[in-house]
Design a protein around this ligand. Structure first.
Ligand code: UDP
Length: 411
């Protein structure tokens, strides 16, 4: 993963679910005795070239390009240089059995190296330009052609592609002409020992200084149009106008930082809240570390994930593991991450009026929320990272076996 580091704080900049995915799977693989090196581009001077996480996982920095100020959009220019540095790093120490690239830029960096060194390449997209471009938020900039082309090249080059869900596997085949035999589905997971019901909602509210009787709806993630924070904000404005009795107790918390290099979206959301006259109801909080986040989920009555597309949506799983029902868009991976009517509610489309009516009804039905909360804990319990890493290791085995068979057939 070259465009963001596993050492970065998730929920701001370019760090999000993929960072968590890579760290958690690496830790699980290491626990099974596998050595994992995670290569990333150096984007700050805080760490040594190699950071040994002490459990068989290392983060190795590729010193390519300026340390500061390279945005994800500018990174494609550095791909050839990154490939060169990656190849040198791979040939100067241990022998690697498999390269697993995450996101298209890393796929492009890894492609020529895997080919030159004859190492199988497994790739996970995490998000795809063609999928995003099919469902953009209003005014959102489409993903550029260079990304679409790059993704298509990685799809053609990889020995195996890992999709988060059946829906993503279908998109790889229909939108990128992936060979169905090369695509496997492995569900992401949730850290079931970190995200738990803990000491319950009341204790978490106390820890965070929230009133015990508040009606709390929370959004967690990077503030970008595609994640739909605007839908939540506008639906809250709808709600206070059609159900004014809810207003005194209603609290909405938006946790997370600016996405990529676009800080202006946070300001735009804050201005929108002011303009809609709901500053007493909607509040913003900076990104929260992993350990602290569970309290925010537990303290919430509902967690809202109004994304326009989502290859999975880890936030939805984390919230459910903490016993909080999720209201999410009925798109992509969220259809798997949330069991509609059992662990939360899936909403079609992005009309704030529809969202406000779903949210208001749930806030007014505490008994239903209790049932959904039980369903949420049960649903999330099926998604441990150990299963993700086992599924991924099976795929590594398959590509290694296929390579060995090929070699035997040639000789
Ligand atoms: N996250 C975090 N702190 C925050 C906000 C988010 O650690 O303040 C984490 C969150 O727990 C989740 C990830 O960032 O694991 C976001 O993943 P998700 O799949 O929901 O969205 P993505 O960022 O991949 O689009």
């Amino acid at each position: 993963m070259v465009h963001t580091s596993p050492l970065d704080q998730a929920g701001t900049g370019d760090a999000g679910g993929m960072n968590i995915y890579v760290c958690e799977s690496a830790n699980q693989m290491a626990a099974q005795g596998i050595k994992v090196d995670i290569f990333t581009r150096r984007a700050n001077n805080d760490h040594p070239d190699i950071v040994d996480l002490g459990n068989g996982v290392r983060v190795i920095h590729l010193n390519v390009g300026p340390v500061d100020g390279v945005t994800k959009e500018q990174l494609p220019k550095l791909i050839p240089e990154l490939s060169q540095a990656f190849k040198i790093a791979l040939t100067s120490g241990d022998k690697y059995d498999v390269i697993h690239s995450h996101y298209w830029i890393s796929g492009k960096v890894a492609m020529p190296v895997a080919d030159d060194l004859n190492i199988p390449l497994v790739h996970t997209m995490h998000t795809m330009a063609r999928v995003k471009n099919l469902s953009l938020a209003e005014g959102e900039t489409p993903e550029p052609m260079i990304r679409v082309q790059g993704e298509a090249q990685v799809v053609a080059a990889a020995d195996a592609l890992i999709a988060n869900t059946d829906a993503e596997a279908a998109s790889l085949v229909s939108l990128y002409e992936a060979c169905p035999d090369n695509v496997s589905v492995v569900s992401p997971g949730v850290n079931l020992s970190m995200f738990t019901v803990g000491s319950g909602k009341a204790a978490s509210r106390k820890n965070l200084d929230f009133p015990a009787d508040a009606l709390l709806i929370t959004f967690v993630g990077r503030i970008q149009p595609h994640k739909g924070p605007e839908i939540l904000i506008r639906s809250i404005a709808e709600m206070v106008s059609h159900s004014p009795a809810l207003r005194p107790k209603l609290q909405t918390l938006i946790v997370g930082g600016a996405s990529g290099a676009n800080g202006s979206e946070v300001d735009r959301m804050k201005e929108l809240v002011q303009w809609l006259g709901i500053s007493d109801v909607v509040h913003f909080a900076p990104p929260v570390g992993r350990e602290g986040l569970a309290d925010y989920y537990r303290a919430s009555d509902l967690v809202c994930v109004p994304s326009y597309s989502e290859s999975f949506g880890l936030v939805a799983l984390e919230a459910q593991a903490c016993g909080t029902p999720v209201v999410a868009s009925a798109v992509g991976g969220l259809r798997t991450a949330v069991a509609d009517g059992i662990s939360g509610v899936l909403v079609d489309g992005h009309d704030p009026r529809a969202w406000s009516s779903v949210l208001a009804r749930l806030l007014q039905e505490p008994q239903r929320r209790v049932l959904l909360s039980m369903g949420a804990i049960e649903h999330a319990s099926h998604f441990g990272w150990d299963a993700t890493s086992r599924g991924t290791l099976d795929i590594y085995d398959q590509v290694l076996t296929a390579r060995a068979t090929q070699k035997k057939n040639i000789s």
